[in-house]
Design a protein around this ligand. Structure first.
Ligand code: FCB
Length: 487
């Protein structure tokens, strides 16, 4: 990109690190999700979601917490938007809770739910912060789950109706609307490993869920288009993986191909190319006959998008499955449900197993290797050169310590973010069209199966009082935004 300043004069001579400037239009943001921050689960007509059910099922969440109150953002929204303004954010990525808009998942629309997000959007716009809204960040209305959830094709139609409601009500003020956040998690964590709601462990069901999530994305994208102004943009966010073979052996390389298929291509190919990858269909025929893919679905899923959101945290390393390796890894998975280390209890575990990687790690035990983000962006750009990309999530959990004076010196988070900003800059310098970056997360929040035990925020939340405190990383990020780059 021509607008980027890659010149590194005098810097090397003086030993001062070069300054990395980003393109003028590059957007700096933070991200959150409804269930992780809002609380107020019984207020103003909100219906129940699968996460309300899941978190109240004892043993599902590691620390026994739930999202009933979380960050209490539903009541503190104006204060939180003021905080965003204080940081100088250019954009804020949030998700809309489907059960606030359509409480039972079909039929009646809840005006109070729309009003909440309408107030949020107005508050953001008043402060010059661009809203980026996601329609589905995992909180499926419980009545739809009772009818089969994402294994039921009809859920895709309900999603399209919901998308149309939001597009019609808010689309004039939200420049970009994202259909789904990380359908991989909804399908495989929700229906295969069962560590996320609805907690089902059925590999065939997970593959049906993949297809119905893809279909819902396509139908939802079309429904949004019909409601949005001509300038309105539609996007999808995927958690794409950088998959490495443990060794160069043909068997391990084939394991990497297989996992790349399940993690990346099973979503990218139908959405962007209009067909499923044949090798993935072949790999999994012992689990499903794929009969849920009907004529016309491929075209529906291939609805045009304006932007692809990329969520990225850590690389994945895989080896060909052997009984010995599966046995060796199995205990780790049980103790560490979100880790990529373990015999991923997913379809295809008979073919490939995730294996441990060296540190450094975050508090999630996720390996830190910023250069892999550059690698990922270059790959997506090479395969889809005309598609604008956005980093819709990246960040890190660490065991933050609040000092006596209230300060939180989270220098490891600053290092993590700095490394990944530089990785994005590197990709841009090599010609990748990356439009912006959203730190996960604005504030500490309810981290799904990990409950309140993992802190990803650049703002600390005291869950007892609700008090917000800027960590050092928030102050640092404010300076990055102000300088529009790294010093
Ligand atoms: C992503 C989710 C987000 C958060 C981060 C840590 O997979 O989209 O809600 O949990 O991981």
């Amino acid at each position: 990109m021509s607008s980027i300043d890659t010149a590194r004069p005098a810097a090397h001579a003086t030993g001062v690190p070069p300054r990395l400037r980003f393109p003028g239009s590059f957007v700096w943001g933070t991200a959150t999700a409804a269930y992780q921050i809002e609380g107020a689960v019984d207020e103003d007509g909100r219906g129940r979601s699968i996460w309300d059910t899941f978190t109240h099922d004892p043993g599902r969440v590691i620390d026994g917490t739930d999202g009933d109150v979380a960050c209490d953002h539903y009541h503190r929204m104006p204060e939180d938007v003021a905080l965003m303004a204080q940081l100088g954010l250019g954009s804020y990525r949030f998700s809309i809770a489907w059960p606030r808009i359509v409480p039972t998942g079909s039929g009646a629309v809840n005006r109070a739910g729309i009003d909440f997000y309408s107030r949020l959007v107005d508050a953001l716009l008043e402060r010059g912060i661009e809203p980026l809204a996601t329609l589905y960040h995992w909180d499926l209305p419980q009545p739809l789950q009772d009818a089969g959830g994402w294994t039921n094709r009809d859920t895709a139609n309900r999603f399209a109706e919901y998308a149309a409601v939001v597009g019609g009500a808010l689309g004039d003020r939200i420049p970009t609307i994202t259909t789904f956040n990380e359908p991989w998690c909804s399908a495989f964590l929700g229906y295969s490993s069962g560590v996320h709601a609805p907690g089902i462990t059925d590999n065939a069901a997970a593959l049906a869920a993949v297809h119905h999530l893809n279909l819902a994305h396509g139908l939802g994208a079309a429904a949004l288009r019909a409601e949005l102004p001509a300038t309105g943009k539609v996007s999808l966010t995927l958690n794409l993986a950088v998959v490495r073979a443990a060794t160069e052996s043909p068997a391990d390389r084939d394991a990497a191909r297989h996992v790349d298929g399940l993690a990346n291509r099973i979503f990218l190919d139908p959405v962007l190319n209009g067909h499923y990858p044949e090798d993935v269909l072949d790999d999994l025929r012992h689990i499903t006959d794929w009969a849920f893919i009907r004529d016309g679905d491929a075209a529906a899923i291939n609805a045009p998008i304006d932007l692809l959101g990329v969520n990225y945290y850590s690389p994945t390393r895989v080896a060909a499955a052997t009984p010995a390796l599966q046995a060796e890894m199995s205990g780790r998975w049980v103790n560490d449900p979100m880790s990529t280390d373990g015999p991923s209890p997913f379809p295809g575990t008979d073919l490939a197993v995730s294996v441990p990687q060296d540190g450094p790690y975050t508090a999630m035990h996720w390996r830190i290797e910023p250069g892999t983000l550059t690698e990922l962006l270059l790959r997506v750009h090479r395969e889809h050169p005309d598609l604008p990309l956005m980093i819709t999530e990246n960040g890190a959990a660490f065991d933050d310590v609040v000092e006596d004076d209230g300060a939180i010196h989270d220098s490891r988070r600053i290092d993590y973010l700095q490394g990944h900003f530089a990785a994005v800059h590197d990709a841009i310098a090599q010609g990748v069209d990356v439009r912006g970056y959203y730190v996960w997360s604005l504030m500490d929040n309810f981290e799904w199966a990990w409950g309140l035990s993992k802190r990803f925020g650049i703002v600390h939340v005291d869950y007892a009082s609700g008090q917000r405190r800027l960590k050092d990383s928030a102050v640092w990020y404010r300076d990055v935004i102000a300088a529009h780059g790294l010093n």
